[in-house]
Design a protein around this ligand. Structure first.
Ligand code: ADP
Ligand code: GLC
Length: 492
């Protein structure tokens, strides 16, 4: 089976969030499971500059624009096609935003080029002939429409994975002709969203199948509370919508071998973890006197999704508890400023680390006792998985992937010995504080706490399980005739 995995970022080359980790991990596992999977990614200037051994593989025209496809391999060996064309190759920095935090003005044209290139694969204009185009997030949302406008001569299926419904790629409708999209797609069942052009609707309405990155999120987005205005459409596609949980790179995130760590540990040899805590507290400049207090951590993008407003609201009360807090993150400048102001009175017990720091992220996962994720929504979330593996007990909002991966320490689960963390239902400061208090109470019961740590560390979250589910889905899609719900309604 040949699969083209189309995605806008991939670790370690270009990363703004978990999507890049998924783009590295899932294809690798699919390859190990026997699939011929290759990536198609945009050739951003920063990516071209750091990638060795690029070979020219093909040239093509994407409407009025000349483009080249360069070929190379990820560090894992997976083949990658890099789309080199205007809009990507000519600018540095964030793939989606200008340095001032606003979207690049030509995002519609840029990511439409990615979609046109993917469609060229489906139409056999290039020498790799995928059966499945596996598309990810709004950046790839126009692929199904381009494929449907020029239907391939052989069975090709499109699968659209929603990693985050909150980012939709909404643009003015007048761009349609420029992008090469016929007006007939601009309907409520197609690309139209409140009079504008929605890239993500292209994926949701027109792909053969939709997945999200956890079963709970697949359900949640069919409700008005989580549907971001698209819950009706998602409900109408419920038969072609499923949730497959992400995995993690179990080699990269293994406390027994993690190259970022000096002191390794495992479920059998937990004692190494405390040396990591000592080293981390030293790095963060915490006074020696606080070493008995539990260290609570957050590593996050500063975005409304992540519930930092709850932390800011709860902070005065939270710091009334015997604990220390480390927050590593970057993003929204308003949230950053608000956090800075909120933590200032507690500088002895809170370390706010602004920026993006992979090494520090590993040290925090290894050295902290608890991990806080009060997300308002969380399609999957990777940090709770890293935390579980590192014996850093998560305290998280019961939503999306957090609900699906953390077993709450209620009386029943504690009695069964299956509890691995603390979940709270309501997205409120009160509810979060209550969960923190439950965690603090059990932290002082070492045998229960160790059982919880070990439970988390034993979690099966390798990519192999997800890859098996995707392979099964690809096979079903190829066996399923004419499943294009939206397309059938729209085709002439
Ligand atoms: P999202 O994609 O919504 O940001 P995920 O939990 O899926 O959330 O993935 C976030 C990824 O980014 C994880 O690999 C996490 O470790 C990493 N990350 C986020 N912020 C930082 C940071 N400031 N420094 C280092 N790694 C970070
Ligand atoms: C998104 C989501 C996150 C998920 C990641 C990878 O960025 O916010 O929950 O883990 O994609 O699928």
């Amino acid at each position: 089976m040949q699969i083209l995995y189309v995605v806008s970022e991939v670790a370690p080359w270009i990363k703004t969030g978990g999507l890049a980790d998924v783009a590295a991990g899932l294809p690798k596992a699919l390859h190990q499971a026997g699939a011929d999977i290759r990536l198609l990614i945009p050739g951003y200037a920063d990516l071209l500059a750091q990638t060795d051994g690029l070979r020219l593989w093909a040239t093509l025209r994407l409407r009025d624009v000349p483009a080249r496809i360069l070929e190379t391999n990820l560090p894992s060996g997976i083949p990658v096609y890099i789309l080199e064309c205007p809009g990507f190759a000519d600018r540095h920095g964030n793939p989606y935003m200008k340095p001032d935090g606003h979207a690049w003005d030509d995002n519609a044209q840029r990511f439409n080029r990615l979609a046109l290139a993917a469609a060229a694969f489906a139409n056999d204009q290039l020498s790799f002939h995928p059966h499945i185009l596996h598309l990810n997030d709004w950046h790839t949302g126009l692929v199904p429409v381009h494929v449907l406008q020029h239907p391939p001569q052989r069975p090709v299926r499109t699968l659209f994975t929603i990693h985050n419904l909150a980012y939709q790629g909404i643009f003015p409708a007048h761009l349609l002709p420029q992008l090469g999209i016929q007006p007939r797609w601009m309907t409520i069942d197609g690309l139209e969203f409140h009079g504008q052009l929605s890239f993500i609707k292209g994926g949701i309405a027109l792909a053969d199948h939709i997945t999200t990155v956890s079963p709970s999120y697949a359900q949640e987005i069919q409700t008005p509370a989580y549907g971001e205005g698209l819950d009706g459409l998602l409900r109408s596609r419920a038969h072609h919508l499923s949730g497959i949980l992400n995995g993690i790179d179990a080699e990269l995130w293994n406390p027994a071998t993690d190259p970022y760590l000096t002191h390794h540990f495992s479920a059998q040899h937990l004692h190494g973890k405390k040396y990591n805590k000592t080293a981390l507290r030293h790095t963060l400049g915490f006074p020696k006197t606080g070493k008995k207090k539990p260290l609570v951590a957050m590593i996050t993008r500063f975005a409304a999704q992540k519930g930092l407003d709850l932390v800011i609201e709860a902070l005065p009360e939270l710091m009334g508890r015997p604990l220390e807090l480390v927050i590593l993150g970057s993003g929204d400048s308003g949230l950053e400023e608000a956090l800075k102001r909120a933590v200032a009175p507690f500088s002895q017990r809170i370390a706010l680390q602004l920026g993006y720091d992979e090494a520090l992220a590993h040290h925090i996962e290894a050295g902290a006792d608890m991990f806080l994720m009060p997300s308002r929504f969380e399609p999957c979330g990777l940090n709770q998985l890293y935390s579980l593996r590192y014996g850093t007990v998560p305290i998280a909002r019961a939503t999306g992937g957090l609900r699906d991966t953390i077993v709450d320490a209620n009386a029943q689960n504690l009695a069964k010995g299956t509890a691995s963390g603390f979940l709270f239902e309501e997205p409120t400061a009160r509810s979060m504080l209550h969960a923190v208090d439950r965690a603090l109470a059990l932290y002082h019961e070492p045998s229960i706490w160790k059982t919880m740590m070990r439970c988390g560390m034993a979690i099966e979250c390798s990519w192999a399980t997800s890859a098996a589910a995707y392979l099964q889905l690809y096979r079903e899609l190829l066996a399923r005739p004419g499943s294009r719900w939206g397309a059938r309604a729209l085709l002439p």
